[in-house]
Design a protein around this ligand. Structure first.
Ligand SMILES: Nc1ncnc2c1ncn2[C@@H]1O[C@H](COP(=O)(O)OP(=O)(O)O)[C@@H](O)[C@H]1O
Ligand SMILES: [Mg+2]
Length: 258
């Protein structure tokens, strides 16, 4: 059996806050085409691990490969170039921009090139701008937000904003997407839509996902593999069926969630 390529390969990642290892020598992998669930009680270190994988935080120890390339010391903005993005709540100042403009802003940053083109090759610039708008509209249509492209982002519901975040991830062209509690505070019918969309982006567009989520139903439906964290360490991993029978997992998390 040939193993699928590793999209994320983290070894011994550690982050300390005030002497406490909030993420304690965690090793984590995601293979091409997987949807990996990351669960555990509040304060387990899940979001901090995401911050280390996306280089929003510097690790105190450990190594990180993204798509086989050493990202251990990369700046956060370089991670999208390597193929990894994460959803972020839309910044307040982007609320006034339209839905389409928000997606356009997520295009891979090549400002220097665009400035050169605008000055020296205006016709080519218009052509590439046109192509970018086409691409942004395609991303909006995939997430079913096409009819809303001209609205200010502020006019979207909470759930629609999550869909917009996913459209921005698509526009970046990255093949690895980290989702931190994307179903939190979203109306139930939109949770269904988001779950279906993530499954479709995985199946039809080959995107690899890592999903932090407290909604155990969402995790069991989406994830081929689940990693359980508690107190900064990985305490179990495997299929949802396997981890949900694990006595440690039940004691530290699922027992309380049920
Ligand atoms: N910037 C920070 N400074 C100090 N402590 C932090 C910081 N970020 C997170 N922590 C602490 O690290 C622990 C893990 O937090 P977090 O990664 O957000 O957990 P989770 O996402 O699993 O709920 C918590 O105890 C939290 O208080
Ligand atoms: Mg968190």
């Amino acid at each position: 059996m040939t193993a699928l390529p590793l999209r994320i390969e983290a070894s011994g990642l550690t982050k300390r806050f005030g002497g406490i290892a909030v993420v304690d020598a965690v090793s984590f992998q995601a293979h091409a085409g997987e949807i990996v669930g990351l669960i555990g009680p509040n304060g387990a270190g899940k979001t901090t691990l995401f911050n280390l994988l996306s280089r929003v935080l510097r690790s105190d120890a450990g190594t990180l490969l993204i798509n086989g390339i050493d990202a251990t010391r990369r700046a956060p903005h370089e991670l999208a170039t390597l193929g990894l993005v994460r959803t972020f709540q839309l910044a307040r100042e982007l609320d006034r921009l339209t839905v389409l403009e928000n997606v356009l802003l997520a295009a891979r940053d090549n400002r220097g090139e665009r400035l050169f083109d605008a000055l020296c090759r205006p016709a080519a610039t218009r052509k590439s701008e046109h192509a970018m708008i086409q691409q942004a509209r395609e991303a909006l249509s995939i997430v079913s937000l096409a009819p809303h492209e001209a609205k200010p982002a502020a006019a979207l519901s909470g759930g629609q904003k999550k869909l917009l975040e996913l459209a921005r991830c698509l526009m970046s062209g990255a093949d690895i997407i980290l989702l931190d509690e994307i179903a939190a505070g979203v109306a139930p019918h939109l949770v269904e839509e988001i779950v279906d969309l993530v499954a479709r982006l995985n199946r039809e567009h080959g995107k690899t996902f890592v999903v932090i989520e407290h909604n155990v139903g969402v995790i069991s439906r989406l994830c081929s593999r689940v990693v359980v964290m508690a107190q900064g360490s990985v305490i179990a991993e495997g299929s949802f069926e396997t981890i949900s029978r694990d006595a440690n997992v039940i004691a530290s998390y699922l027992g309380q969630a049920a």
